[in-house]
Design a binder for this molecule. Structure first.
Ligand code: MD3
Ligand code: FE
Length: 205
């Protein structure tokens, strides 16, 4: 049974048990062999992100000097993104509460120093669909506020196996990762964290 952190923001602590987490990490390592992590860069400035990324599913989120966008091809290899692992489709079906299918899964890889500044997710054309996040590996200090950048925020510790669903009023909330708490999980066999976000990009067609 989830906790409602804010209207439309549902948190399932320990949604995936250890065996399911291990199986999902193996799936993601397979994805990353076909679609290697890349270092996204900020629009205009080209400043590198501290988080490395890849994607699976029909579309992937990328960022470079030209801007943020979804595209069907890996920005370095030029290959299509690998398909969704079945476990990701199952989690979406179980938690997302929508008939719309997911079109993209962004894979964020945090080493122990990585962070993600406060931002909104606005590159999708369909905000009626939720975003579903799954966390694997070391715990992250996650911050979420309101739809205005200066709105008050609260922070929670997202642990390995946790699921977070952002829908309704929370879909456009500002959010970010303040830091990773190294040494909180043995799942990855190395320090760090993987976050998976399943997204709908386009309206129903
Ligand atoms: C709240 N990722 O990829 S996941 C992102 O842990 C992103 O890697 C963070 O923010 C991470 O864009 C946070 C939780 C999350 C994901 C999407 C959201 C929270 C959100 C979209 C809207 C509001
Ligand atoms: Fe985000």
């Amino acid at each position: 049974l989830p906790l409602e952190l804010a209207p439309g923001c549902l948190w399932w602590q320990g949604y995936l048990d250890r065996a399911a987490q291990e199986a999902l990490v193996a799936d993601i390592r397979d994805v990353l062999r076909a679609a290697p992590l890349f270092t996204p860069r900020m629009p205009r400035t080209g400043k590198p992100f501290s988080v490395r990324m890849s994607n699976c599913g029909p579309l992937g989120w990328v960022s470079d000097e030209a801007g943020y966008r979804y595209q069907p091809l890996h920005p370095v290899t030029g290959a299509p993104w690998p398909p969704f692992p079945a476990a990701l489709r199952r989690a979406w079906e179980e938690l997302a509460g929508t008939d719309l299918s997911p079109e993209a899964c962004l894979i964020n890889w945090y080493d122990r120093e990585a962070r993600m500044g406060l931002h909104q997710d606005r590159d999708e054309q369909e905000f009626a669909a939720p975003v579903l996040s799954l966390s694997l590996g070391d715990t992250a200090i996650f911050r979420i506020g309101g739809t205005g950048r200066r709105d008050p925020t609260r922070s929670i510790r997202l642990a390995s196996g946790d699921a977070l669903l952002l829908s309704g009023p929370s879909r456009l909330a500002f959010h970010g990762i303040d830091r990773i708490v190294a040494g909180t999980s043995t799942l990855l066999g190395q320090p760090g964290r993987i976050n998976l976000t399943l997204r709908r990009v386009h309206p129903a067609r």
